[in-house]
Design a protein around this ligand. Structure first.
Ligand code: GNR
Ligand code: NI
Length: 189
């Protein structure tokens, strides 16, 4: 099931997500829904707070479309070590249409639980290293805009508020059309 992605500055994106006790069926369902949502949105990663769930759960797939074999499930991830510095022009599914250069560690070593509940470790570089750090940030209530100057962040905030107002108006219009349609149907009976 594709879930709705929360758009910044929604307050849920500022919260610290809670560790998962056990990778039970509800966590597996969350992982599967998040993967479906990520693929539907053409993203390379997704963190649970982005679908409004404050759990330490991440999915990542940095492979080109269609490969599908490199889907990563990370539950309760820990960053064990970082090395070097790099920059990358980042985007975020919760901040649609925006992209800015962000400085990150070049390499990270991560430990997490997989979908089977077993611990594993991963050495990450390139886009995978960026994605892991970007998604880990989401679990800490941090977004890529928090790595930018306050001037840039406030400009983006203004554009997001405008976008949200437009989307809200659009949804209200759709709803009104649905109600009108239902009433018409009712009176025809
Ligand atoms: O889809 C995404 N692309 C991306 C590009 C550069 C750096 C990070 C990312 S993650 C982002 C998906 C997302 O918002 N995950 O939280
Ligand atoms: Ni993001």
């Amino acid at each position: 099931m594709v879930r709705e992605i929360v758009i910044w500055p929604d307050p849920v994106l500022k919260e610290i997500a809670k560790p998962v006790d056990r990778v039970d069926d509800s966590v597996k369902k969350l992982l599967d829904d998040m993967a479906e949502t990520m693929y539907a949105a053409d993203g390379v990663g997704l963190a649970a707070p982005q679908v409004g769930v404050l759990k330490r759960v991440i999915v990542i797939d940095t492979s080109p479309r269609q490969e599908g074999q490199t889907l990563l499930h990370l539950v309760n991830p820990e960053i064990l070590r970082t090395e070097g510095v790099t920059t990358y022009t980042e985007g975020c599914l919760s901040i649609p249409g925006e992209a800015e250069e962000v400085e990150r560690a070049a390499k990270v070593w991560v430990r997490a639980l997989g979908r089977d509940g077993r611990a594993f470790e991963l050495e990450c570089e390139g886009l995978l290293s960026i994605a892991v750090q970007h998604e880990y940030d989401h679990l800490q209530g941090t977004l890529f805009v928090d790595h930018l100057s306050s001037l840039k962040r406030e400009l983006i905030r203004r554009r997001m508020k405008k976008l949200q107002a437009e989307q809200k108006a659009e949804r209200a219009e759709t709803k009104a059309a649905q109600v009108k349609g239902a009433k018409k149907h009712e009176s025809a009976l």
